[in-house]
Design a protein around this ligand. Sequence first.
Ligand code: ATP
Length: 357
Amino acid sequence: MAEIRIDKLRHSYMANPQSEDDYALKRLSLTWQDGGAYALLGPSGCGKTTLLNLISGLLTPTEGTISFNGRDVSHASPEERNIAQVFQFPVIYDTMTVYDNLAFPLRNRGVPEDEIKTRVGEIAEMLELTRTLNNRASGLTADGKQKISLGRGLVRSDVNVIMFDEPLTVIDPHLKWQLRSKLKELHLRTKRTMIYVTHDQTEALTFADQVVVMNQGEVVQSGTPIELFEMPQHTFVGHFIGSPGMNVLPCEVRGGRAVFGGEAISVGNGEKATGKGRTEIGVRPEFISLANSGIAAEVIRVADAGRFRIVETRSHGHLVKLLVKEGEQVPTGQTFLAFDPEHTQIYEDGWMAGARR
Ligand code: ATP
């Protein structure tokens, strides 16, 4: 397994890129530790597949370098990089048995049959495929086939990294959580470096120790699921992660405080705000409560969401959502809101004031 270092990577599909907009991947530097579980999360078109293909060697970067354990592999072939990849759709041989499918990557490399038997046995056991080992793969369901694909990715012990590209796309929704927790368990048991690409926040946050959030060819934040939730470095992260997403409200900055609708609001990063550019307050629905005084608001709708309710209010002409626990009284009409200052931040042109960029 390997530490992966990406340094000032840029990629354009154009022969002569002129402006920033010509780059599918604008500029990216990060380090992934050996044995870590990482997710690349972002909406369609943000550059996830481009980055994956640059790492696997299917694409050569326009600028910058990729190193595995300190060795520059930016121009190395996919074979030299020694990566296992699991794709959206199962890549298996229907006419072969489950056993032969799992054994295939090892036989290809001339691994002795007794060692293959041990490895395939271990992987089949982890994926609960032991009882089907002698069955033809063609008879399996889509999730059974995708389990074989996962197994083929995991069976070799000599790969530098295993990359999963939206691997649960073809899986029935009610089985997704099973495979998701299975993958997490596999990471804990095998301690391989794994990179999981998805546009689904639940998949990313449940699988990865560290999530890299991308938008429009840029990394907007790389952090643990808790960091992304509690301290979104960009309003995009606040919107994209969480359900409902973070409230983003226009404000002015005066004396280290945010002023929203004429009311001064205490925030966590007031002293770092410059007041320049587009200034906004970001606060998640989880960190707003109903109060007897504070920010004036009107309750406009209450929706049940299981163990809590989502309360939609209007304050100074803006929609503000908050969560209340089941059983908590929600007034009708006029009320007041309190924002938790530690979890209320000022954003300037989308970026959290004082955020490292
Ligand atoms: P998705 O989840 O839809 O696969 P993504 O996040 O993986 O999206 P990419 O496929 O990496 O995003 O695409 C990033 C940008 O690069 C997009 O604007 C896309 O149109 C462009 N792009 C991707 N592949 C090519 C290509 N072969 N030639 C030209 N432009 C491309």
